[in-house]
Design a protein around this ligand. Structure first.
Ligand code: HEM
Length: 250
């Protein structure tokens, strides 16, 4: 048998084993090694550490407030994309679009309210999460950097809420943003310039609506997603969640 015939036959013989090994790329080890390898080898599970301290699993410690804020963010992205199918950032059309979404589109009123209530809830939950972090002293070393990332996340969440508020272009939205941008103009020295930059002009009109729309659907969600990524990465790097001093040596 020639060398090349042999190797082709050989590959055919080993095909099932090779296919299996291309999926499962390791030998079976002890159950603990197996568990660890499963976590390392899977990109989704890889986000979790192989071992966590038992304190991190106590629901009463975190109250799940950070995770709930994160899930709300995901709901907002998803429902926001769906709302975008029905919305035009134009002073002529925006209000009518929102009314159509409520009264014409099937389940549109549900979609709108899911987006609206999740936004209110995310502001409240991110704030409560910050209170929990403060209460458990989790802002102290080595987690100061993650606290700062958290503050940035809260500010971005508030800006997301503020920019979204203008989009329905109803009386509430118009006057809320008029008042909000007037407050910004009271900043010493740069106030008027900041207001002009915010509104793209001197009054709340088409340019302001477009600016708020772009910030709301693209710029701020992207910043939030990056910050959430850094926030979660820091939790891993800081040795998992904080715990009471009495449990630090465990
Ligand atoms: C969009 C907003 C936010 C999201 C999605 C978020 C998400 C999370 C998650 C999932 C955790 C893991 C523990 C838990 O579930 O409580 C966590 C921990 C933490 N977060 Fe946030 N967070 C946000 C805002 C904030 C804010 C506003 C602060 C503080 C100003 C903050 C500071 C921290 C710190 C220091 C930890 C570590 C806590 C510990 O080790 O006990 N986060 N965050």
């Amino acid at each position: 048998m020639s060398e090349s015939t042999y190797s082709i036959m050989d590959s055919i013989k080993h095909l099932p084993k090779n296919i299996k090994e291309s999926f499962v790329r390791r030998e079976a080890g002890t159950p603990e090694q197996e568990q660890a390898a499963n976590v390392f080898g899977n990109v989704f599970l890889h986000l979790h550490p192989v071992r966590v301290h038992v304190n991190a699993l106590r629901p009463g410690y975190t109250l799940g407030l950070g995770l709930i804020s994160f899930y709300l963010f995901l709901i907002l992205v998803l429902s926001g994309i769906l709302v975008m199918f029905y919305y035009t950032p134009s002073t002529e059309l925006a209000y009518q679009n929102m009314k159509d979404l409520e009264y014409v589109v099937s389940f549109g009123v549900v979609l709108r309210n899911v987006h609206r209530w999740s936004a209110h809830a995310m502001v409240a939950l991110a704030f409560l999460h910050m209170c929990r972090v403060f209460y458990t002293g989790a802002y102290k070393a080595p987690r100061e950097f993650n606290w700062v990332i958290g503050v940035c996340l809260l500010i971005v969440t508030l800006f997301l809420s503020f920019t979204g508020y203008l989009l329905p272009w109803d009386q509430l939205a118009f006057w809320a943003v008029t008042v909000g941008s007037n407050i910004a103009s009271y900043m010493p020295w740069i106030g008027d310039k900041v207001r002009f930059l915010m509104l793209g002009g001197n009054e709340v009109g088409q340019m302001a609506l477009l600016r708020f729309y772009v910030l709301h659907v693209a710029v701020l969600p992207l910043i939030a997603a990056v910050l959430v990524g850094v926030h979660f990465w820091r939790i891993r790097k800081d040795g998992g969640l904080s715990r009471p001093p009495s449990q630090l040596e465990d």
